[in-house]
Design a protein around this ligand. Sequence first.
Ligand code: 5RP
Length: 217
Amino acid sequence: MSRPLLQLALDHTSLQAVQRDVALLADHVDIVEAGTILCLTEGLQAVRALREQCPDKIIVADWKVADAGETLAQQAFGAGANWMTIICAAPLATVEKGHDVAQRCGGEIQMELFGNWTLDDARAWYRTGVRQAIYHRGRDAQASGQQWGEADLARMKALSDIGLQLSVTGGITPADLPLFKQINVKAFIAGRALAGAENPPQVAQAFHSQIRDIWGE
Ligand code: 5RP
């Protein structure tokens, strides 16, 4: 199992606030995400600004694309994203179109797993050439009490067996990481735990220290 990376999700409603938090955290994370909330508020400029502020980081456009895969992938990768998310409910044609553009731009598509999807869907995504998925506990589901459970872990393992690299997100804190010790995690994606912290670099270090303790150096 490789050591999971740490991804900072930026779900702010102001680019100025994002830039302040990125200045504090960029050196402490591996991947920087222009979150859905930020992109809906600030538009494509959010991705461009993160690319400018973090020239050497992997940048994710978390757009949860449901249609127009080709056009939106051109926009995301053209603005400087390395990875773009597509929602699991999207038609396979959207996944194929997005993936084609990603390949031409040297980028990657990540499937966002919310709500209803099946392992047959996952096999179909894999056949298109997509290699990444995000296992997601939505913030509304979390707020209404949804906990991580054995069923999640079993589905994560099944996705890994199909060949998909998995990132995990949804209210993740350093204390949650031991739950996932049997899972081959590409990245833990944290938003509020990092950006909302009193001392964000200290929380990032707590993530890294847990990751090292569980998955090794
Ligand atoms: C919401 C998202 C978030 O960016 C992601 O879940 C991380 O945020 P948090 O750690 O605050 O839950 O994609 O749809």
